[in-house]
Design a protein around this ligand. Structure first.
Ligand code: SF4
Ligand code: SF4
Length: 291
């Protein structure tokens, strides 16, 4: 399908940050080597951690604040009666309607250029509201991120620092089978749909493309051989209405009321100051008010 020619040379347009980019993982070509995990740790200088044995070939049982991509392994029965490994490259999906952005009270998480969901470490207060708001379990808070004692959230950045400088994400560059493609989101969706049809013709009737509409559209797309649940992916995840109400209605109203309260206090203080400057002591002012 012209993969090398199409994707390896592709770079985002530096003059058009409104362009939406994406990664597409063709899971049918993933061999579970975990090269992407190493490249991610190396580029982002995240510390290596001793992890628990998850009982599969996974390196870590789950993502954490310093582990931003993990290849998850799932075993299933193939059509020929044999067992088959399904691999899912798990990381932040950079949702168009992101639970984490909606939940964050300090706006440390924001919608950035190229469709990337950005995380400002300075603005993060470590409250952890983003963790349960993410339907993909892709953002985590712990106490040792960046070597500091303070709690900070951590997640995949889509290598924003690389793509803004005309490079591909580190995991894309390192994948030995080129199963991670990086490009214009619409073009990748078209490529993924074509690939799904090709896989169906090759004897994988359940092949499907994940991420086109989930959470308003993900910037991490997957060509899957089996239904999403076989890869631990949620079916039809959506943004909580309660969260949206809190973020875009209750929080602004609360801030406005707080502002009005502070304004009232300042006015009160100015009025009192004028009274005292007029010659009355606080005691006399009180007495005068009772006369
Ligand atoms: S996958 Fe989770 S952490 Fe990433 S943007 Fe979506 S809600 Fe946020
Ligand atoms: S932990 Fe940080 S990023 Fe997460 S919601 Fe709190 S302030 Fe926002």
């Amino acid at each position: 399908m012209g993969r090398a020619a199409t994707w390896e040379s592709w770079r985002p347009d530096p003059t058009n940050p409104r362009q939406h980019v994406a990664m597409l993982v063709d899971t049918s070509e993933c061999i579970g080597c975990k090269g992407c995990e190493v490249a991610c740790k190396q580029w982002n200088q995240n510390e290596a951690r001793i992890s628990q044995e998850p009982g599969t070939y996974q390196s870590h049982p789950a993502l954490d604040a310093e582990t931003w991509t993990v290849i998850k392994f799932f075993e299933t029965d193939a059509e020929n009666g044999m067992s088959m490994w399904l691999m899912q490259k798990h990381n932040c999906m950079h949702c168009t309607e992101a639970g984490c952005v909606t939940a964050c009270p300090t706006d440390a998480l924001q919608y950035g250029d190229y469709g990337v969901v950005t995380l400002d470490q300075e603005a993060c207060i470590g409250c952890g509201y983003c963790e349960p708001a993410c339907p993909f379990d892709a953002i985590h808070v712990d106490q040792t991120v960046w070597g500091q004692k303070a709690q900070k959230a951590g997640k995949c950045t889509l290598c924003y620092d690389r793509i803004a400088n005309g490079m591909q994400p580190a995991c894309v560059s390192t994948c030995p089978t080129d199963c991670i493609k990086f490009g214009d989101r619409d073009a990748l969706i078209a490529w993924g749909r074509e690939r799904v049809e090709q896989l169906k013709a090759m004897g994988y009737p359940n092949a499907n493309l994940y991420g086109v509409d989930e959470m308003g559209g993900l910037h991490e797309l997957y060509v899957l051989l089996e239904p999403p649940e076989a890869y631990g992916l949620p079916v039809n995840p959506s943004l909580s209405k309660t969260l949206t109400l809190w973020k875009y209605v209750l929080q602004p109203v609360g801030k406005a009321l707080l502002g009005a309260g502070l304004f009232g206090l300042v006015l009160n203080w100015l009025a009192a100051r004028r009274t005292f400057k007029g010659g009355l002591s606080p005691h006399e002012t009180g007495a005068a008010m009772h006369d």
